[in-house]
Design a protein around this ligand. Structure first.
Ligand SMILES: NC(=O)C1=CN([C@@H]2O[C@H](COP(=O)(O)OP(=O)(O)OC[C@H]3O[C@@H](n4cnc5c(N)ncnc54)[C@H](OP(=O)(O)O)[C@@H]3O)[C@@H](O)[C@H]2O)C=CC1
Ligand SMILES: Nc1nc(=O)c2c([nH]1)NC[C@@H]1CN(c3ccc(C(=O)N[C@@H](CCC(=O)O)C(=O)O)cc3)C=[N+]21
Ligand SMILES: [Mg+2]
Length: 307
């Protein structure tokens, strides 16, 4: 085939999130061993309200991963009719429990519970999701903070793929408090020029075609195809969408991202797969945050004891 008529780009590098997550987990395990020598075991409390099957899978994965790196982890599971007052009472207990270094309340919560009220009730030092206003504000001001796990994982993948990000135009599609906004803050801190695209943006595809770095966090299967991408871009697909499919007469569900991989692959330089991309990094970074929280709480208690 003529290379002039059909410029054959080499297929995109597949960014291996699973392998990178293993490296992060190995670092965390080493940190946990060091802390153990000071007599401290990090503890992670995971709170799940309701029966959402996907949430159950994630929560189980989180608890299992915690144990593999030496973090003590306890799952607190409730029926969907748990009251907000009961949930806040649990948070209060976990806030005071010296064995608990990190608290994660799985989102979304049932509609009768005010998610913000619950998130803001978590003591910021144990907010391993980095969703509390104090951590979110500290992140934007460049102060020490617990950083949301998914954006942290994306940054690690970007640094391993691109090295220095200075001067690159990064476009983030999605502006949620848990992915899009903190992602933008981290990219800005890494000296990118940052654009946030959302459902009210005009000419979203044209803006995205200018991106050296594209982070897709929308929740729409395959929305971002080759017509949204610049040749040679580095693409991080945060989307986790479960789609129903009939294949050879067999009905099943499949996990896909927000990027249309079949069309993007021939155009871009590197791309994270779904599954096996950002998902495993999110869990690894949660373990990292739990270690950091345990260490910070321990040092704080030790310096109070000295005073
Ligand atoms: N891999 C992982 O570890 C994680 C994956 N996820 C996945 O990432 C995706 C995003 O999650 P999350 O941020 O919580 O989702 P939200 O639903 O909270 O936010 C989605 C964002 O996408 C924007 N959006 C929706 N439609 C369009 C459109 N047509 N064009 C441009 N922007 C649009 C919305 O805009 P607006 O604000 O205007 O409504 C919103 O800002 C989901 O698939 C989720 O499952 C989430 C967390 C972790
Ligand atoms: N308080 C809170 N914190 C969160 O961090 C949080 C949350 N609530 N609610 C839901 C979203 C989603 N999320 C994922 C984590 C791991 C995978 C993951 O490990 N995915 C695997 C596949 C898992 C599978 O097969 O289903 C992968 O992409 O390879 C996916 C999604 C965390 N979230
Ligand atoms: Mg809700």
């Amino acid at each position: 085939m003529s290379t002039l008529e059909s410029p054959q780009r080499s297929p995109a590098r597949r960014i291996d999130g699973k392998a990178c997550a293993e490296r992060v987990l190995a670092e965390v395990a080493e940190g946990v061993r060091q802390l153990a020598s000071e007599g401290v075991t990090p503890g992670l409390a995971v709170v799940l309200v309701g029966e959402d099957p996907a949430s159950q899978v994630y929560v189980r994965n989180k608890v299992r991963q915690a144990h593999t790196v030496g973090i003590r982890s306890l799952e607190h599971r409730f029926d969907a009719d748990l009251s907000q007052a009961e949930l806040l009472a649990l948070i209060d207990r976990l806030n005071r429990d010296p064995e608990v270094s990190g608290i994660l309340v799985q989102l979304p919560l049932p509609a009768h519970i005010d998610e913000q009220a619950v998130i803001q009730a978590i003591v910021p030092a144990k907010d391993v999701d980095g969703f509390h206003c104090e951590n979110a504000g500290a992140l934007w001001q460049g102060l020490p903070a617990l950083i949301p796990c998914t954006p942290m994982g994306c940054m690690r993948l970007l640094h391993e793929t691109c090295g220095d990000l200075t001067g690159k135009h990064a476009v983030v599609v999605g502006r949620s408090n848990i992915v899009g906004k903190p992602m933008a803050a981290l990219l800005l801190q890494a000296n990118c020029t940052v654009t946030l695209v959302h459902s009210r943006s005009r000419d979203a595809a044209a803006i995205c075609r200018q991106a050296d770095i594209m982070v897709a966090a929308v929740g729409r299967p395959g929305m971002i195809d080759a017509t949204w991408l610049k040749p040679g871009a580095v693409v991080i697909d945060v989307g986790i969408n479960r789609i129903e499919e009939t294949h050879d007469g067999e009905h099943r569900t499949r996990l896909v991202g927000d990027v249309d991989h079949a069309s993007a692959e021939r155009l871009v330089a590197a791309l994270t797969p779904v599954p096996g991309g950002v998902g495993p990094m999110t869990i690894a970074c949660l373990m990292h945050n739990t270690l950091i929280a345990a260490r910070t709480l321990h040092r704080r208690a030790a310096s109070l004891a000295m005073a």
